[in-house]
Design a protein around this ligand. Sequence first.
Ligand code: IMP
Length: 179
Amino acid sequence: MEKEVHIHDKTFVPFITAPQLQVRIAELGALINEDLKDKRPLIVGVLNGSAIFMADLLRVIQLPCEIAFIRVSSYSGTESTGTVKNVIGLTEDISGRDVILVEDIIDTGDTAKYLLDDFKSKNPASVRFATLLFKPASLRQEIKPDYVGFEIPPAFVVGYGLDYDGLGRNLADIYQLKS
Ligand code: IMP
């Protein structure tokens, strides 16, 4: 792990290591395996941020499952714009399905709220929400994710799928903005 990482105009310091991520993801996988025993869920990754988390989470899920990806956008630089846009929507029919939405991070909760409302309106059997990171202090929507990797303070983070203006997603560990 690097001591510091420089991306665009900002400096980031180590926060959550790759081994810590894998330990926690194995725990989340075990919970999902238990909760959805005898089900065949549709696991939906929210691009781009969840790509790496989704890949690792899927490998600890031992259920017969299908996967899909969608893409939404609300962020510009380090600030949420507040308006969520559907950039690539879902083509699968989710009526009667047990769905697990997989996100990298819940910050304001705008994206999670938008997705949960959208998915619930399509008559699924159930919708669960898994997020690797959760910033409860930034939340402005009434939502409660079902699976949370780590609750973190409201500082901006990069790595393991998360970016700062397009860069940093390929870092193996998670870094936090240096204060
Ligand atoms: P929300 O709608 O405000 O909850 O934000 C959700 C989306 O904003 C996430 O899927 C990320 O793409 C992005 N985001 C929020 N916080 C961070 C962060 O600390 N680093 C990188 N991206 C973030």
